[in-house]
Write a protein that binds this ligand. Structure first.
Ligand code: DLL
Length: 433
């Protein structure tokens, strides 16, 4: 089943015509309404009228996460605040998050693109869809929620966590499609076995739509076997829209990018040069229908490869390979984006420790575990235990409030964290995906 055959299967020449018209309109709109873009275009000597073909996209300047931060909170919005009906946010590299705003049309389009994803996973009006992505400022919960309602299926808006309850409702409500991070799906599978639930007999699960963090082919096989489902990948990022920028069909041969809304490019992350289809590099997206916060050539830092061949399913949209890594040091822990620099700024702000730290990430029974090693001063270490306990508590609280996830704190003696002569090594990631 295809939700919007007219667009998802559009012949290439027609699609390109639509893309060009939308790109030209977007470029004009940001030039007229967003001082940041007007200045960036002027600096490159580019006028909206210079964009005459899709190839001219490469004339435009890039946007990076720091630009959203520099324009915090609303300065990249292309419409007045009264036209914004919703805000979402994700982790910034330090204290302040990256904020995005949606108009009524943006929310409407997003729901439609998510309905494409749900339909790709086989969801119909007869299905019960359990949304175990977090609801709130994170785009996962509400993005899936609106899309599922649009598709006509029944939503169970349970949000993340509360595993036993998830499994109880899954059985009682006859959930057939599960939406959550792949690591949580695996955790749910294991918890079900522990609770003595015969997954294939007692549950009606048939598909899972998993994303928001990297996962491997082996993880897919494991999930499909354990849960007796078809496990599909979904990709997105809040700066572009949220989940639903691209999603997998039953062919499982890459994620269809919703190219009538987002123009994808792969660039060499070192030089910024666009690379041809089939080559690995950094994904860059330009939104061509967004009103609230349109973005031009946004550098995602995600590494992937694009393929243009038409898929067996009939969809003509370009496919991206599963994301295999990032060009920066962002970690995704329990589905939450974490930058080492966020932790550094908490430490510096508190000022009671040395500025040496190490993030140790592991996966215990399919749940990510973050331990932060922090060096304390000679004096502090020889002080009473009470003081150390107090400091540990304070760090734990501050970090939880900034990151939105809990972390264990391990206070270590001075000079125990290895020093490096070049780039400091801040992360030890022991997870095997
Ligand atoms: O993670 C949106 C989302 C929600 C996608 C639910 C899918 C499902 P952000 O919090 O802004 O948005 O994080 C975006 O997460 O740049 C990638 O590094 C990573 N990411 C998202 N989906 C995938 C995926 C949401 N399927 C960042 N595979 C992105 C690998 C993913 N990484």
């Amino acid at each position: 089943m295809i939700w919007d055959k007219e667009h998802e299967c559009m012949p290439r020449p027609e699609l390109e015509q639509l893309q060009l018209a939308r790109l030209q309109e977007t470029v004009q709109r940001v030039y007229d309404n967003v001082p940041f873009y007007r200045e960036a275009f002027d600096n490159k000597g580019i006028r909206p009228g210079d964009i005459k073909s899709l190839e001219d996209l490469r004339l435009l300047p890039f946007t990076i996460k720091q630009d959203l931060r520099d324009n915090y909170p609303f300065d990249l919005f292309a419409v007045p605040q009264e036209d914004i009906v919703r805000l979402h946010a994700s982790s910034g590299t330090t204290g302040k998050p990256t904020v995005v705003g949606y108009t009524k049309n943006d929310i409407d389009n997003w729901a439609d693109l998510m309905a494409r994803a749900l339909t790709m996973a086989g969801a119909t009006k007869k299905d019960v869809v359990q949304i175990a992505y977090g609801y709130g400022l994170f785009t996962g919960g509400l993005g899936f929620h609106y899309g599922t309602e649009r598709s006509g299926a029944t939503v169970v808006p349970i949000s993340g966590g509360n595993t036993k309850r998830q499994l109880m409702l899954m059985e009682d409500f006859g959930t057939s499609v599960l939406c959550c991070t792949p690591s949580y799906a695996l955790f749910l599978g294991e918890a079900a076995i522990e609770m003595g639930i015969d997954i294939k007999k007692q549950l009606k699960l048939k598909a899972g739509i998993f994303g928001a963090e990297p996962w491997s082919h082996n993880m897919r096989l494991e999930l499909e076997k354990k849960l007796g489902i078809k496990a599909l990948d979904i990709y997105g990022l809040s700066e572009i829209m949220g989940p639903g920028v691209a999603c997998e069909c039953f062919e499982q041969n890459g994620l269809h990018i919703n190219e009538d809304f987002f123009l994808p490019e792969i660039i060499n992350p070192e030089t910024g040069e666009p690379l041809p289809y089939g080559e690995k590099g950094e994904l860059v997206f330009t939104t061509i229908s967004k009103e609230g916060i349109p973005v031009i050539r946004y550098r995602t830092r995600d590494i992937s490869v694009l393929h243009a061949e038409v898929c067996e399913c009939g969809r003509t949209m370009v496919r991206m390979e599963r994301v295999t890594g990032r060009t920066d040091d962002m970690l995704i822990i329990r589905g939450v984006n974490v930058f080492p620099s966020q932790i550094e700024s908490v430490l510096l702000e508190i000022g009671e420790t040395e500025p040496h730290y190490l993030l140790v990430v592991d996966r215990q029974g399919n749940v990510d575990d973050l331990e932060i090693w922090v060096e304390v001063s000679e004096k502090m270490f020889s002080d009473e235990v009470k003081k150390l306990e107090h400091l540990e508590k304070k760090l734990r609280r501050e970090i939880a409030s900034i990151l939105g996830i809990s972390a264990k704190i391990k206070l270590v003696e001075p000079k125990t964290i290895p020093r490096s002569e070049g780039k400091a090594k801040r992360v030890v990631d022991k997870r095997e995906l």
